[in-house]
Each structure stands twice: as C-alpha cells, then as structure tokens.
Design a protein around this ligand. Structure first.
Ligand SMILES: [Zn+2]
Length: 99
C-alpha cells in the first residue's frame, strides 16, 4: 500500500471546485475535514475509512441539501490538470491521515 501523501496545498484543493459541472447547486461550501464516518469518493467510488482527510462540498445540490466527498488522490489528479495549481516539491510533501 502506498503512503498517503498530499502533493498540493489545502488552498489549491479548496479552489478546485471539482464538482462544478455536475449539477444545479447553490450555497455550496468547501472544506477539507478529517472524516468521522466512512464516505465514498465521488470520483473513484472507493469507500474511505473514517479518519481520512477528504474534500467535502456541502450545499443545496439538485434541490436537496447534500454533502459530496472526494479523496485526495482524485483531487491530485484534478490539480494536475489545472495550470494554476502549484505542485509541492517532494521535500515539502506531507503525510496525511492514513486511508
Ligand atoms: Zn477518489
């Protein structure tokens, strides 16, 4: 199992808006909580254990209040596709709670 590391900054992840094209949304807020319950990632569909740092989008989505989660490896792939995201040098990569 590979080590779970974070290669971009929290603010990069929070600027991503990875679900922007998905649906009708309002009042959305982004956060990077360490989860207290297991949540599936909306991208890879893998269920992540409680205690995993994940991206969370909360708000009114398609008419109902919802929370949507994404795991860090999927966010990293999204960041790889954006010009503005700053990839941290390997020396600065920091470990995050284990998946
Ligand atoms: Zn994922």
């Amino acid at each position: 199992m590979s080590k779970n590391v974070q290669r971009y900054t929290d603010s990069d992840y929070l600027s991503l808006d990875p679900f922007a094209d998905d649906c009708e949304r309002s009042m959305v807020k982004f956060s990077l909580p360490t989860t207290r319950k297991p949540h599936p990632c909306s991208f890879c569909q893998k269920r992540k254990r409680a205690g995993t740092k994940m991206f969370c989008e909360r708000g009114v989505i398609d008419g109902g209040f919802q929370s949507t989660y994404a795991c860090l490896p999927c966010l990293e792939r999204e960041c790889d596709m954006r010009d503005w995201a700053t990839r941290l040098p390997t020396s600065a990569v920091f470990a995050v709670p284990n998946v």
